[in-house]
Design a binder for this molecule. Structure first.
Ligand code: SF4
Ligand code: SF4
Length: 442
């Protein structure tokens, strides 16, 4: 990424005002996945706010033990939804982590994570190379060799388990069309955020999104200058890299002359909607960032705000919906995905017991906090199995898990494999796309 902007020395720290909004009522505790697993106040939202207050007021040192409680937070923001006092927990945790990273008070593994994210995500070519190597490993027979030789099992760090959770890399990446998706006569024009990993892992989701928007008479463009949204850097505490990426996206999208920036990745969407806050102290970008964020829409909310055209074709499947944390808690979009699913003829929507509890994906949390991530994933898969009665019966009626974020898709796919459950995982727009395609058969 070319350094196009001299980073202002913005010093990040959680705001005392934000933290003082917490009245210690504890309503958030029963919604916090890590508190529910461990039962420890220090791994609850209230406890983490208390720890950050103690550090910022100089009453506590950021010892490795203290920092570990902050690192175990998923940043799922379920506590924000539950909080009657409107505590902006996501903002508190992001700036708290940035404070620790900027002051060098995080362990080596965390520093390494920050460095790796900074070296990879702003650079699409490096990401492409990484995924090409992964694909080569999966297709060349090397994976088969390693698995059958059991070599992975004698390597340290749960490598065999981590390897078994790797996603299958598709043979081709998403390439945005050189021309806008639909006729130049279309009165409405929107931009698609293509993102960093999504084109490499889920090209089918982008293609379905463009077809569904096109079906509604929208001209879809994908500005080539856009890049990664910066969510992973932001969550790791590297707000400086996130700000660089934000400036790049703001320039790319504001010059595209579109009425909306449509996003099919909930984690990216919530980050884009908060660029205004990320750049509020940047005199050059503060206003532009606010203007940009106002254009951002998750694809599900955008479709329901249109005159939405329900499909006439049927998708005769049992579907359950996993709320993506950054859609339901960070963006407060809960009903739009369900409205779209219910609009598909033949589709039976069955709700999970806890659809808005984190699946343990949380960006790179599934790598950085493997044990907790697997505990949450196992709970989620038990919920899925009970809801869909998806015992491994070999039935042809393969159940479907729909969601709205690539991280959740990866995690749920890994969960199905890990639990030997039948099923497929899709983005909601893929089901809509299938229903529109099925119209030709009716
Ligand atoms: S963001 Fe999620 S994991 Fe972190 S404190 Fe809030 S509810 Fe708990
Ligand atoms: S619900 Fe809100 S006010 Fe109550 S303890 Fe949790 S964060 Fe604090």
């Amino acid at each position: 990424m070319a350094e196009r902007h001299i980073e202002l020395e913005i010093v990040d720290r959680p705001s005392a005002k934000d933290m003082s909004q917490c009245v210690h009522c504890g309503f958030c505790l029963q919604e916090c996945p890590t508190y529910l697993q461990l039962g420890l106040e220090t791994d609850s939202p209230r406890g983490r706010i208390h720890l950050l207050q103690a550090v910022t007021e100089g009453r506590a040192e950021p010892t490795p033990s203290l920092v570990s409680h902050l690192d175990l937070c998923l940043q799922c923001r379920a506590c924000e939804t539950a909080c009657p006092s409107g505590v902006p927990f996501g903002r508190i945790m992001e700036s708290g982590r940035a404070m620790l990273v900027q002051s060098g008070r995080v362990p080596l593994a965390w520093r390494l994570r920050v460095w790796l994210l900074r070296q990879l995500f702003p650079y699409p070519k490096r990401l492409r190379l990484l995924f090409s190597l992964l694909r080569l490993y999966q297709r060349s027979g090397l994976r088969w060799l390693l698995r059958t030789s059991r070599l992975l099992r004698i390597l340290p760090g749960g490598l065999a388990e981590a390897e078994s959770m790797l996603p299958e890399v598709p043979s081709r990446a998403y390439e945005p069309p050189a021309e806008p998706s639909t006729g130049a006569a279309a009165a409405r024009r929107v931009a698609l955020l293509t993102g960093c990993v999504m084109p490499l892992l889920y090209p089918r989701t982008h293609e379905a999104t463009v077809r569904v928007l096109d079906r509604h008479g929208l001209q879809v463009v994908a500005p080539p200058e856009q890049g990664c949204c910066g969510a992973l850097n932001l969550h790791a505490g590297d707000r400086r890299t996130a700000r660089e990426l934000a400036r790049r996206n703001i320039d790319a999208f504001l010059s595209a002359g579109v009425e909306a920036v449509v996003v099919n990745s909930a984690g990216c969407g919530s980050t884009l909607k908060e660029y205004g806050e990320l750049l509020e102290q940047d005199p050059e970008y503060a206003e532009k960032a606010q203007r940009f964020s106002a254009l951002v829409r998750d694809v599900t909310e955008f479709l329901t705000e249109l005159p939405f055209e329900p499909p006439r074709g049927a998708v005769r499947q049992r579907v359950t919906y996993q709320d993506s944390c950054h859609l339901v808690h960070a963006q407060q979009v809960r009903s739009a995905p369900r409205e779209l699913l219910r609009a598909i003829p033949g589709l039976e929507l069955v709700e999970l017991e806890s659809p808005d509890r984190c699946c343990g994906s949380a960006g790179i949390y599934s790598l950085a906090q493997r044990d907790m991530s697997l505990r949450l994933l196992d709970d989620k898969m038990r919920d899925v199995a009970a809801t869909l009665r998806a015992e491994p019966t070999g039935s042809a009626d393969v159940p479907v898990i729909a969601t709205a974020n690539p991280g959740c898709m990866l995690q749920m796919e890994a969960g199905l494999r890990r639990h030997g459950l039948p099923g497929r995982v899709v983005h909601i727009v893929e089901l809509l796309d299938e229903a529109y395609a099925a119209e030709e058969e009716t």
